[in-house]
Design a protein around this ligand. Structure first.
Ligand SMILES: Nc1ncnc2c1ncn2[C@@H]1O[C@H](COP(=O)(O)OP(=O)(O)OP(=O)(O)O)[C@@H](O)[C@H]1O
Ligand SMILES: [Mg+2]
Length: 122
């Protein structure tokens, strides 16, 4: 496993500053591996939109996400772009119970602070 301490630190700082952070990059560049440093895949705070179980859990996104605390990961978010307005509403809560780390090949910059991930050990 190649260590990516700089990237890890960038994501950590972005999550402190921003309520919705997006890891964006081409397939197989290491987005999922990086996100799992923050949230374990078995956690209730972890969703993978290529996993039917996660999709089922998100059938009512507001209900599914509103009660979560801490960092919430949503992988392959480009499959459900309609989630972004929901994330915006959830991210506007005061006090803020949860921040969102979303992963995808593309993400609209209006909805998230984008951290680019590329291959290699950057
Ligand atoms: N830091 C790393 N060092 C070495 N190998 C890595 C590292 N990060 C990821 N990999 C390996 O690269 C492959 C792709 O990683 P990962 O699934 O995290 O990428 P991804 O960007 O989420 O891909 P996809 O877009 O297909 O979901 C995996 O086999 C993984 O084990
Ligand atoms: Mg992935």
């Amino acid at each position: 496993m190649i260590k990516r301490p700089h990237l890890l630190d960038t994501v950590r700082r972005s999550l402190r500053r921003s309520r919705v952070v997006a890891l964006v990059g081409p397939r197989q560049c290491g987005k999922t591996t990086l996100a799992r440093e923050f949230v374990a895949p078995a956690s209730a705070n972890y969703f993978d939109l290529e996993d039917p179980v996660s999709l089922a859990r998100l059938s009512e996104p507001m209900m599914a996400l509103a009660g979560l605390r801490g960092v919430v990961v949503i992988d392959e978010v480009q499959r459900r772009p309609e989630l972004f307005p929901v994330l915006r509403v959830l991210a506007d809560r005061r006090p803020l119970p949860a921040r969102f780390l979303v992963l995808g090949e593309r993400v609209a910059r209006t909805y998230a602070t984008v951290v680019g991930v590329s291959g290699g050990s950057a």
